[in-house]
Ligand binder design. Structure first.
Ligand SMILES: *Cc1c(COP(=O)(O)O)cnc(C)c1O
Length: 391
């Protein structure tokens, strides 16, 4: 079916393959390679003539179906799916950056993205400068003659800092700089960075996109011209998504809209309930009036998302004690699952950062990230309140 330009219909009905069995659900093409009819057919396929898959490192019907939907939902022409979000982040940088290039990045990026920018890319002479996500002027100020890419995440993990997509898009265009946006926390249901001028949109599909904590995956999306460069890189370096994960994620997209509506309703209810709790110093959620970038959130996001961060009174020890007081909510480092999850960044996901680095991105010792799931809202809220009572 061709695109209807309606999110839910596209996410459910765009389908690339149907076998002679007329199956309703798409089968899984669990095969490493595909056959050629003749030596000439093989030759033509390798010359880029002819339709269809060759080898699952290049393309596969399940992965292509997932990408067909996701490119439509993100308002771009083409994409590449990867085995994990980090494979997408690294490939999206390595495909475009050369020795001597410079990146301006929001300081509030995912922990492993920070390691790529500060430890891995410098091995090849690629440097970067961090800017405060809320400081619009800093992007232009940080440009050097070698600046090739802007990299940002909005909302950020875990601090929920926002970057003004329209503003950064204008600066990127004026200076001919590639704008690369990790859209993992919002997903295309909540915001589509391409509409603000982003050239590359990157994803961890592991989070809300799968939404049920089953598979790892990632994606890199953009114009046909840009993705051609990424395709060359991924085809020859191999960080490819498996057919099974492509099948799971294509199915997951079918329910993305309804899931995010409920995640966001539950998250807003929890955040509002906790806002004036005596044992909490701060609650952060983009759609709370008290979020320092609330106006920007309302402007560029359809919903506030499914993540709420709280800072419990009492620092590191209280943060860990709060986690131990939870009875239903899982202790895990994942997020975006149907099951609510609590994470204490200082002692786990961000423990490799220095105290100063954590401070710079607002990760205080008492900060807890709550990924608000799809359980009955009253049960989620009651579990959090009970754990707070025990502090
Ligand atoms: C989890 C996450 C990643 C990394 O994704 P993986 O699938 O775990 O490799 C990148 N960016 C953000 C914002 C994330 O939350």
């Amino acid at each position: 079916m061709s695109s209807s330009k309606h999110f839910e219909t596209d996410a459910i009905r765009l389908q690339t393959e149907r076998s002679p069995h007329r199956e309703h659900a798409v089968p899984i093409y669990m095969t490493s390679s595909f056959m050629f009819d003749s030596a000439e057919h093989a030759r033509d396929m390798f010359q880029g003539k002819g339709e269809g898959p060759i080898y699952s490192r290049y393309n596969n019907p399940n992965v292509d179906e997932f990408l067909g939907k996701l490119t439509r939902l993100e308002h771009v022409e083409d994409g590449i799916a990867t085995a994990s979000g980090m494979a997408a982040m690294f490939s999206s940088m390595a495909s475009f950056l050369e020795s001597g290039d410079h990146v301006v990045a929001s300081r509030a990026v995912f922990g492993s993205t920070h390691q790529i920018l500060t430890q891995i890319l410098p091995k090849w002479g690629i440097t970067s400068t961090y800017v405060d996500p809320a400081d619009n002027e800093a992007w232009e100020r940080s440009i050097t003659p070698n600046t090739k890419m802007f990299f940002l995440e909005t909302p950020s993990n875990p601090g929920l800092a926002l970057v003004d997509l329209a503003h950064v898009g204008r600066i990127a265009e004026a200076h001919n700089i590639l704008m690369n946006v990790d859209n993992c926390f919002a997903t295309p249901y909540i915001q589509t960075p391409a509409d603000y001028g982003a050239h590359i949109i990157t994803h961890s599909a592991t989070k809300f996109m799968d939404g049920q904590g089953r598979v790892l995956g990632g994606a890199i999306l953009g114009s046909a011209e840009h993705i051609e460069k990424v395709r060359f890189f991924t085809r020859h370096t191999g960080p490819t998504m498996s057919p099974f994960n492509g099948w799971v994620l294509s199915k997951s997209l079918e329910t993305l809209a309804v899931r995010l509506e409920r995640h966001a309703e539950n998250a807003l209810a929890l955040a509002s309930q906790l806002e004036h709790h005596p044992k909490i110093l701060q609650v952060r959620y983009p759609f709370l009036d008290s979020h320092p970038q609330h106006d920007l959130a309302k402007k560029q996001m359809r919903l506030g998302g499914g993540i709420v961060t709280i800072e419990v009174d009492g620092g590191l020890e209280a943060g860990m004690r709060f986690l131990n007081g939870l009875q239903m909510i899982s202790l895990s480092s994942n997020l975006g699952d149907t099951r609510s999850i609590a994470t204490h960044p200082t002692s786990t996901t961000h423990s490799k950062l220095t105290e100063d680095e954590r401070q710079a991105v607002g990760i205080t010792p008492g900060l807890v990230r709550l990924s608000v799931g799809l359980e009955t809202r009253e049960d989620i809220i009651a579990d959090v309140l009970t754990a707070l009572d025990k502090l």
